[in-house]
Every structure is written in C-alpha cells, then in structure tokens.
Ligand binder design. Structure first.
Ligand code: NAD
Ligand code: MG
Length: 400
C-alpha cells in the first residue's frame, strides 16, 4: 500500500460521492482521488476533474464520455474512459487501495463485485448490490481477502458497536439483537390517504438527511429500511429475525447492538454522511470528518417508536423477501427501482409502489443466486413485470 492511499470514487457526482471528496480533500496527505466515475453528469465530473486531477474519469454513458473528453482536452490530462469496462478497469486496478462504491441502484453491482473480487478495501454505500447479490459479494470477499466497510450510516454504526479483531470481520459473540434505527421519513406522521397522494417533491423532502432522489423515495416508503435489513443480514451474518427496526425521528442514534448481558451499545452523531465515510476511509484509525460535535444538551430529547407496516407496506414486503431468500431480494430490489423511477416521473402514484413490487415477487420464479448471471436474469425479469405493472396502473389511474 502506498503512503498516500489511492481512492476510486464510483458515483463521485452524487450525494455520497461529493461527501467522500470533501473528506478526501481534508486529508490530502493521506488520500488521493485516483479515479472518479459517474453516469451522465458531464459538467459536474469535469469540475471535479479540474479540481482533483485524477488519473482517470469514467462516464457510464459513451456519448457523455466523448463530451467530457472534448471538454477536458487542453487544460486537464485526466484520461476519460467509458462504460462498464471503464468502471471495472478503475475498480480493480493494481494501483488502487480503496473503492468507494456509491453508484445508485443495481447499476452499481458489477463494479462493486469486481472491486471485492480484486481484494480492494471497499467502502460500500451501494446497498442495492448487497441486497441483490449478498451471497456472491460476501463469499467473494472471503476468497479475495477484500475488506468491506459499511458506509450506510446504520451499518457503519453497527460495525462500530460490534467487537472487532484485526481484520474488518465483525464477531457476533454475545450479540442477541441488532437494532436498526429508521427516521420514519417525511411521511411518518401522515395519514394513509395523505401518503397515497404524496408528490415526488414531498417524498424527496427528507427531514434529516440530504440524499439522492432514489434513496429519498425509499426512505419515504420505508423500503430503504427493508433494504437495510437485508444489508445487515449479509454484512453481519444474522437471520432477519435477529434484526429489529426502531423508528427514531431525530436520526441521532444511528443504530444499536444489544448483547446477552443486557448491554446495548449505540453510535450517535449528527446526521452527516461524512462521519461514516471518514470512518471507512480512515479505518482502523479515526480521522476528522468536518462534522460538528454532537450537542446533547441542545438536543435534550430523543424519541423512539415502533414502525407502522400498515401505512408503510414496503418494509413488510422486504422482510418477507429476506425470509424467502434466493433471488427474491433481487426481484424486490429491481421492481422497487422501476416503481421509484415511475413515481419520480409522475407516472404512478406513491401508493402504487408496493403493488408494483408485490406483482413482480408473485410473478418471477425465485431460484438460488448461484452466479451474477442468475441474479441479473432475476433483475431483468422483475423489471419486465414491473414495467408492465406501471403501464397498467397508469392506464387504470388515467394519464398522470
Ligand atoms: P445520487 O443519486 O446522489 O448519486 C448517484 C451517483 O451514481 C451519481 O454520481 C451518478 O452519476 C452515478 N450513477 C447513477 N447511475 C449510474 C450508472 N448506471 N453507472 C454509473 N454511475 C451511475 O445517489 P446517492 O444518494 O449518493 O446514493 C448512492 C448510493 O449510496 C445508493 O446506493 C444509496 O442507497 C447509498 N446511500 C446513500 C446515502 C445518502 O445519504 N445519500 C446514505 C446511505 C446509503
Ligand atoms: Mg441508511
């Protein structure tokens, strides 16, 4: 490992990507952005390249890659690559120490898996890849020796509250339960009828966190917590029944671990993703994240309540998919991605989202996820059913 660690940021123009570059910039003596990658945001990626001078920039979209190449020619010698091959090239390169996996959705799976197979330190924000292919990712990490550090704030909190050996392999000695906190999202106190008619702008107005639009909608449906339940099962090797969800509207306690002796360990902090990102970058050391210290006296009160699976059926759907196992989780994830995209485009109502996911789970055959191919087939089949459902609901509900 070089003195300055070479970091690849996949999804560098997104919410997690920008926070990651902020932490890297605070520690230029320790970390350097070796490669940056995004989907189609040419202007944002060009600005990041000019500021950080990475060796490579990858645009998933080949036309956007060409535009970026033209844009940078003359004043920035960052080499521009394109497509899935470009992502895999930077995620596995021998000079790279750490890969921040912060692409949104199933699009992040191949590059995340490639980084794990290459034995990199993988800072995992892209929860969808674990939901789809947890078995493949965790067994690839065991085979390659890759260290997977959870960046999702809840999982990072749990990781911090578990006993750790020298390797980033959490041990579950004496653990009785994992308590996963949920903010409850923007509709926590809304009636079922108000939730049903919610708009994309309302769904994306999260009370505590500023995030990309897809995860914001997932937080509003509580599917985000369902995906996180599955994520926790893979990361910490626990059964779904050992993970409880606790709604905590302030998002200060990021999650907790309950031990057999009655102890409960928690990790607290202001809701700022730079804390888990800095933990992942610096691990096993602690480094400054630029996050304000927690003022408990100013906060004065913290609240906890049970989740409501009647108003938020996506949580139940995800829990059932976790219990079913196999490709059910990939199907659930893919149908959710289609439903969220359709909702954001105002093609279906907020209340249609769980119906689209349920239809896919009922229609697609569930098998053992033995290879990336099998997972990707389940993903494709689920998307086809979900798209059909979106069209049907749009016709039934009138053009929106
Ligand atoms: P975002 O929408 O803000 O950013 C997504 C990034 O991925 C962008 O850089 C975009 O260009 C890139 N991207 C999108 N599609 C791509 C594709 N097909 N190929 C290559 N790049 C692509 O999303 P975000 O909020 O930063 O979330 C990123 C991931 O982190 C998600 O999986 C999310 O669940 C997870 N996460 C986010 C937060 C948060 O606070 N934002 C917290 C926990 C976990
Ligand atoms: Mg989270």
């Amino acid at each position: 490992m070089s003195v300055v660690q070479q970091v690849v940021v996949l999804g560098s123009t997104g919410s997690i990507g920008v926070s990651t570059l902020d932490v890297i910039a605070r520690h230029s003596d320790r970390f350097s952005a070796w490669a940056l990658a995004a989907n189609r945001s040419v202007t944002a990626l060009a600005a990041q390249c000019r500021a950080l001078r990475p060796r490579y920039a990858v645009m998933m979209d080949p036309d956007c890659a060409e535009t970026l190449r033209t844009e940078l020619s003359g004043d920035c010698d960052t080499e521009v690559l394109a497509g899935a091959d470009g992502l895999n090239y930077v995620a596995t390169h021998a000079e790279v120490d750490a890969v921040m996996a912060a692409i949104v959705g199933s699009a992040g799976l191949p590059s995340t898996l490639a980084a794990v197979q290459a034995g990199k330190r993988v800072l995992l924000a892209n929860k969808e890849s674990l939901v789809m292919a947890g078995h493949l990712l965790m067994s690839a990490a065991r085979a390659s020796g890759a260290v997977i550090l959870p960046i999702d704030s809840e999982h990072n909190a749990i990781f911090q509250c578990l006993p750790q050996g020298d390797l980033a392999q959490p041990r579950l000695d004496g653990v009785s339960k994992i308590l996963l906190t949920a903010s409850g999202g923007p509709f926590r106190t809304w009636s079922a009828s108000a939730i049903a008619a919610a708009t994309p702008a309302q769904a994306c107005a999260h009370p505590n966190w500023s995030m990309g639009r897809k995860i914001s909608v997932d937080s509003a449906t509580l599917m985000n917590k369902g995906l996180e339940l599955i994520e926790a099962c893979w990361l910490f090797d626990v059964a779904p029944a050992r993970v409880d969800i606790v709604v905590h509207p302030e998002s200060i306690v990021h999650s907790l671990v309950q031990y057999v002796d009655g102890s409960v360990l928690a990790q607290l902090g202001n809701p700022d993703m730079r804390t888990p990102i800095a933990y992942g970058l610096g691990w096993p050391q602690r480094i400054d994240a630029g996050v304000a210290a927690l003022d408990l006296v100013a906060l004065s009160k913290l609240h906890f309540e049970a989740p409501d699976e009647v108003r938020f059926p996506c949580l139940r759907i995800a829990r059932e998919a976790a219990a079913t196992g196999g490709t059910a989780m990939a199907v659930c994830n893919a149908a959710n991605e289609v439903a969220v995209e359709a909702f954001l485009a105002e093609r279906i109502a907020f209340s249609d989202i769980p119906h689209v996911i349920t239809a896919a789970l009922e229609a697609v055959a569930i098998v053992e996820p033995t290879s990336l191919d099998v997972v990707e087939t389940a993903d494709r089949d689920a998307r086809a059913i979900a798209v059909e459902q979106v069209v049907r609901r749009r016709v039934a509900g009138g053009e929106k």
